[in-house]
Structure formats: structure tokens, C-alpha cells
Write a protein that binds this ligand. Structure first.
Ligand code: HAM
Length: 407
């Protein structure tokens, strides 16, 4: 990634650090390689990620390693191993970086992509779910992404989901076998909820009237979901309930959500997450509630309206500077002073005047400062505003004046 693309990623990371930091998130960095088993146990054996998309290989001692397809499993592992899980309390962790999934590449879908990822451990209340979702919407608003839809659902818990699975299974069994794709006919037997997540059109069409999980939530899960909705309303967060939002990973319970946009082509999900209260215990830690989400940075970058690449403040063209040592020295001194006063800029590479002016244009700098033998003799710098074309001169004796003129 060069230029504008790299700048977009830096911008996204910095805004995320700032905004998530305001909600108490501290940054965590986890390794790219983890033991394969970690992902199988957390994401779920029957998910597309584990079945088809992981980059898995044996290391030199024949241990199976996998390049992380997502951050959550590694964050939970680190949280347990660090001893923080045992200490208890609330831990809010932000992490970002590359993830790897062997998917068919297309616009907004890469095999190496990047996520901004937040996990909150130790808080079970509906207010926390709403706080995290509202924080994500705050972040998206802050970076200028407003044309999006928030979808929410509740997957119930270990107590109430089995009855729903049975109801869904019975419904799927009642369909003509040709209604579902081959994968779904297999999925249906092992984890029927996965069928609701299938992207094949016939499967989408035939599950529109499937039983709804919210109708099967136990009273506790229903109360939790009602609480989340109340707090979302309080935070003035708009949402749509999507009965088929089961997410592509197995660890979720209760609240799940996704943010979608129709401006990134068929890859419409820009962020997703939810509650996963059972995972820490399942991975060998204490019984601790958890909630989190991840945003896809490539997809966010596609939606950024402005070019966030940082422009140079100045570009110095030293006329005759290649031959006239005094002009060259003056250009060097001015650049040095301006940089030490907080501005960013460059001096043109050797060449003729026209070539140097072309360099100035290409650099994207806001101002071009021209110094030649005449300017040197008069103790001035000629300044050209590269956006408006306006030209003026400033004394080269006062750095402060020059800084003011081009800040
Ligand atoms: P996920 O829905 O699998 O959730 O991924 C989250 C986001 O990562 C997606 O909404 C999408 O923007 C982006 N993404 C996924 N795959 C690709 C790809 N191949 N190319 C580009 N972007 C992609 C998770 O990963 C969960 N770990 C989220 C979470 C955190 N749940 C709880 N905590």
C-alpha cells in the first residue's frame, strides 16, 4: 500500500485509537500465528472459516499453526494466559492488524485483509452491548461514514437455542431437498443455524419464512435483548432487526449485529460482532461474559469520502541552486527552519527551473517557495499558493513570518 491507501489506513487506525480510547479501550497486540486448534475450538469446526478459509501449515516440529483468520480467538487466549481473566473486572481491549482468509478475492474481499477489533470482557449487562454498538456508530460517523444500516438480532443462549435448532431443523427438513445448496444440506445436519447465513440465492429464498430465533428466546434472553434496544434508543442509534443474522462464527450468544453498506459492492458487511459469553470458559478460562466486534479496514477505506493523505506544506525550488552554492544553502536553511517549526516539506531535486516547478506540482505541496539569486539579494522568498495560484513574497529573515504565511 502506497500513498493515499496507506494514509487511509493510518487515518482509520488513529481515529479508532482516539475514539475507542475515550470509551476505555487499551491497545493489545497479538501474534499472527496461533495453534490451529484455537480457531477450530472457538470459531467452530463447521464454519466456512474453519472448513475452507484458513491458512494452516505444520511448523518444523510438525505442530499445526494457522495465520489468524480473525482476532477474537487470539485476544481471548492472551487474556486468559496473561492472568487478567482470573483477576476479573472489566477489560476493554482494542487490536488491529492483518487477518488471513482463503476466500475468492473480489472488491472488498481479500485473502489478507485488516481489522479494527474491540473486545470487552467482564460485563454482562445489556447497557454494555449498547455502549459498544453505539461506540462503533460514533466511530463511523466521526470518519464520515453515515450511509450505513445497523442490523441486530439475538441468538439466545445455551438454554433456549436447542429448541430453536430443532424447530429450524424441522423446517429445513420439510423443504424440497433441491431448495438448499449442497453445503447447506450438510450444514443442516450439524448446525442448522449456519443455513441462515448461506449466501447462495436459493438458500436465501427458502429460509425467508423459517422460524425466527427471537420467537424462541427464553425470558432472560428476551429481557436482555429488550434492554439492549432500550439503551440503543437512549443513545439514538437506529437499527433494523434482521431475523437471519446468525453471523458466520459459532461463538456468539444473545446480541449479534452487523453494519452494512450498499456502496462496497456485494461485500456489504463493513463490521460485525456480538456477545460471546461462553468462549472464555470454553478456551480454559473462568466463566466471564464477553462482547466485541471487528471492522474491515479495506471496506471502510472504500467508503471514505475524502482523500486523507497528508499534504506537504511547502516545496522549495532553488533557482540556479545547483550552480549557486549560496542559493542552495539558503534553501537548505529555510527548509530546516520550517520543519523545526512544525511544517512538512521538501527541496526540489537538481534540474532546470521548469523541471523543478513540475516536481513542485507533483509533490502536492500547498505552497511552493522560490529562491533564486534575485530573491537572495533582496532577502526575500517568493511564495506561490499551489491551489489558488496567488503569489507574494516574504522576508527570508523571519522564520516566524514565513511560517505564518504558509500555515
Ligand atoms: P467477521 O464478520 O468475520 O467477524 O469479520 C468482521 C469484518 O471483517 C467484516 O464485517 C468485514 O468488514 C471484514 N472482513 C472479513 N473477511 C474479509 C475479507 N476476506 N476481506 C476484507 N474484509 C473482510 C469477525 O471476524 C469477529 N472476530 C468479530 C468479533 C469480534 N466478534 C466479537 N468480537
Amino acid at each position: 500500500m502506497f500513498g493515499a491507501q496507506s494514509a487511509a489506513f493510518t487515518f482509520l487506525e488513529n481515529r479508532a485509537r482516539d475514539i475507542f480510547g475515550r470509551y476505555g479501550y487499551e491497545e493489545l497486540r497479538t501474534p499472527i500465528l496461533e495453534h490451529t486448534e484455537l480457531f477450530c475450538r472457538s470459531i467452530g469446526e463447521q464454519t466456512d472459516v474453519v472448513q475452507k478459509e484458513m491458512y494452516t501449515f505444520p511448523d518444523r516440529k510438525d505442530r499445526s499453526l494457522t495465520m489468524r483468520p480473525e482476532a477474537t480467538a487470539g485476544v481471548v487466549r492472551a487474556y486468559i494466559e496473561s492472568g487478567r481473566a482470573k483477576e476479573g473486572g472489566v477489560n476493554k481491549l482494542f487490536t488491529c492488524g492483518p487477518m488471513f482468509r482463503y476466500e475468492r478475492p473480489q472488491k472488498g474481499r481479500m485473502r489478507q485483509f485488516h481489522q479494527l477489533n474491540c473486545e470487552c470482557f467482564g460485563a454482562a449487562e445489556p447497557a454494555l452491548d449498547a455502549e459498544v454498538i453505539s461506540m462503533l456508530m460514533h466511530f463511523l460517523r466521526d470518519i464520515g461514514i453515515t450511509d450505513v444500516k445497523l442490523l441486530i438480532n439475538s441468538l439466545g443462549c445455551e438454554k433456549c437455542r436447542p429448541a430453536y435448532r430443532t424447530a429450524l431443523y424441522d423446517y429445513l427438513r420439510s423443504l424440497d431437498p433441491s431448495a438448499l445448496c449442497e453445503d447447506c444440506r450438510r450444514r443442516m445436519e450439524i448446525n442448522p443455524l449456519r443455513v441462515l447465513d448461506c449466501k447462495v440465492q436459493t438458500c436465501i429464498d427458502h429460509t425467508i419464512n423459517a422460524p425466527r430465533i427471537l420467537d424462541h428466546n427464553c425470558p432472560e434472553c428476551a429481557a436482555h435483548f429488550a434492554g439492549v434496544r432500550d439503551f440503543l434508543a437512549m443513545a439514538e442509534v437506529d437499527y433494523v432487526i434482521n431475523h437471519k443474522l446468525v453471523r458466520g462464527l459459532d461463538y456468539y450468544c444473545r446480541t449479534t449485529f452487523e453494519v452494512v453498506s450498499n456502496a462496497v459492492g456485494s461485500q456489504d458487511s463493513i463490521a460485525g460482532g456480538g456477545r460471546y459469553d461462553g468462549l472464555i470458559r470454553q478456551l480454559g478460562g473462568p466463566d466471564s461474559p464477553a462482547f466485541g466486534f471487528a471492522c474491515g479496514m479495506e471496506r471502510l477505506a472504500l467508503l471514505l469520502k475524502e482523500n486523507v493523505e497528508k499534504r506537504l506544506d511547502f516545496f522549495i525550488v532553488a533557482m540556479d541552486g545547483d550552480k549557486n552554492a549560496e542559493v542552495g544553502k539558503s534553501a537548505f536553511r529555510i527548509a530546516d527552519q520550517l520543519r523545526k517549526n512544525g511544517l512538512g516539506g521538501e527541496i526540489a531535486q537538481p534540474g532546470g527551473f521548469k523541471g523543478k516547478m513540475r516536481q513542485a506540482g507533483k509533490s502536492g505541496a500547498r505552497f511552493c517557495l522560490i529562491i533564486g539569486p534575485d530573491e537572495l539579494a533582496a532577502g526575500i522568498v517568493s511564495v506561490k499558493n499551489m491551489d489558488s495560484g496567488e503569489q507574494f513574497s516574504k522576508s527570508s529573515a523571519s522564520t516566524a513570518d514565513l511560517v505564518n504565511a504558509i500555515s
